[in-house]
Design a protein. Structure first.
Length: 75
């Protein structure tokens, strides 16, 4: 299994760009490439796992933490 350090460093180096392009989405990152963009964490894990089950990758959720957000739970 590959070491995920490359993926983590790639995400950290490009975090601001990812926030601008993909804020609120879930990114699948393998090596130094975004290999998928998804609307939910579940979808990201399931779909990426189908294609890369034996490889290392990370799922990230870029958000601008300086923006205050309010979440409302549906009944």
């Amino acid at each position: 299994m590959d070491n995920i350090e490359n993926e983590i460093n790639y995400y950290k180096a490009n975090r601001l760009e990812f926030i601008q392009q993909y804020e609120g989405k879930y990114l699948a990152i393998k090596g130094m490439e975004v290999i998928g963009v998804y609307g939910s964490a579940t979808e990201a894990v399931e779909e990426t796992g189908k294609l890369y089950s034996r490889d290392s990758y990370i799922i990230e959720h870029p958000l601008d933490l300086s923006i205050r957000r309010t979440y409302i739970k549906k009944k």
